[in-house]
Design a binder for this molecule. Structure first.
Ligand code: ATP
Length: 378
């Protein structure tokens, strides 16, 4: 590791067996992760899964109860936060309200032994980077939420940290600003090549920003992978659930043929792609994304079809979110470019490569949500 202008350059940050207990509760257990320089990593998962705990352990705000964190060969989990050289951006911005934008951004630099000229140069550069030139003399209270978040980001990156940690930085912004700031964060990441660890519960945000995602559940890693890995090959049905596989059906495995497996029950009989080791007769959760249930008009749609009656149709931009029920009371979520009418009988085709069969053996947690069919549906 080398030091340049206070920025600690490194190759790999390694978390090995990192855990944090509160009393008898493992908020985070056994986290193994390698983060390479320049990577954008998202920690993703539902509320309470341990994302913030992981981030705070990295930052040094929370001591580990097990495991170690190394920057290349140096063990850093024993160092206090300020010696780790990381930048932090929180959802509540944490700006100094009585200081101008410029002074907020310069603050960290002034704390270091740095010439006035250098402080000025780097501050102005950071202001330009987050496009706040016109607002540099204002107080935080005079800025919009998105602008305040930009100040918070500039304040972190101006210190040229080796790693930036972001905890739900966009969660206080409205939908439009979130999208804008998402692009901004990605742009900054690309411009500066900053290694970033980003906590969010929003899978869309994580998928659009990150090079790799770490999905957590109950303090444990469920899967680490690229957005594409997680999108097309979730490791278990909990990850699938989180990745937008809104149709999760408890069925039973039938025979295996080649790479596929039959899944059946509740009036359905379909070919699916098994994920992991599944044997005939075993309970499975079959998952498919709404956009992979395709409404077909074909008189001869072939195999792997489900017939259902359309219930609710919602217009969502270019597509429609359709809810339909089978005769056996299975609810299906469909995304379609076409707009069927409520009460229409539809035939849905599902490519067996897109219908994944997961072992239903995780034991804990609720079953995939399957509410009662509405009045009128059989
Ligand atoms: P959220 O998205 O709601 O912020 P999270 O995924 O960041 O959730 P954490 O804040 O890391 O979750 O919390 C993980 C678990 O550890 C939760 O069950 C939480 O209640 C527990 N926990 C966190 N901090 C403490 C603490 N200081 N004392 C006791 N339990 C804690």
């Amino acid at each position: 590791m080398t030091e340049r202008h206070g920025r600690r350059e490194f190759g790999t940050l390694r978390l090995a067996g990192v855990g944090r207990r509160f009393g008898r509760h493992d908020a985070l257990a056994d986290l193994d992760l390698e983060i390479h320089r320049g990577e954008f990593i998202a920690l993703l998962g539902p509320s309470g899964c341990g994302k913030s705990t992981a981030l705070n352990c990295l930052a040094g705000l929370l001591p580990l109860t097990s495991g170690s964190i190394r920057l290349d060969d140096e063990r850093i989990d024993v160092l206090p936060p300020e010696r780790r050289g990381f930048g932090m951006v929180f959802q509540n911005y944490a700006l100094f309200p009585h200081m101008s934008v410029r002074r907020n951004i310069a603050f960290g630099l002034r704390m270091r032994r740095m010439s006035k000229a250098e402080v000025r140069r780097r501050t102005e550069e950071a202001i330009r980077l987050v496009r706040l030139e016109e607002h540099a003399d204002k107080l935080p209270g005079q800025l919009s939420g998105g602008q305040q978040q930009r100040v918070a980001i500039a304040r972190a990156v101006v210190l040229e940290p080796s790693l930036v940690l972001m905890d739900e930085p966009l969660s206080n912004l409205d939908a439009k600003l979130r999208l804008e700031m998402r692009t901004e964060i990605r742009r900054l990441h690309q411009t500066l090549g900053l290694t970033t660890v980003y906590v969010t519960h929003d899978q869309e945000e994580a998928l659009s920003l990150a090079d790799r995602l770490v999905v957590l559940r109950d303090g444990r890693v469920q899967q680490v992978g690229t957005p594409e890995d997680l999108h097309t090959r979730p490791a278990n049905w909990h990850v699938a659930d989180f990745m937008g596989y809104r149709n999760l059906l408890r069925l039973t495995a039938g025979e295996r043929t080649g790479g596929a497996i039959r899944v059946e029950g509740r009036g359905l009989r379909l070919e699916a792609t098994p994920v992991g080791d599944i044997r005939s007769g075993q309970p499975v959760v079959a998952g498919v994304r709404p956009e992979d249930l395709v409404i077909t008009d074909s008189a001869d749609p072939g195999g792997n079809v489900v017939r259902a009656t359309v219930d609710v149709v919602e217009y969502q931009g270019r597509e429609h979110a359709v809810e339909a029920w089978t005769d056996d009371g299975v609810r299906l979520h469909i995304r379609s470019g076409r707009r069927p009418a409520s009460g229409d009988e539809v035939t849905l085709r599902v490519d067996r490569a897109r219908l994944l069969a997961f072992p239903d053996d995780l034991g804990s947690g609720p079953a995939p949500a399957e509410p009662e069919p509405p009045e009128g549906a059989r």
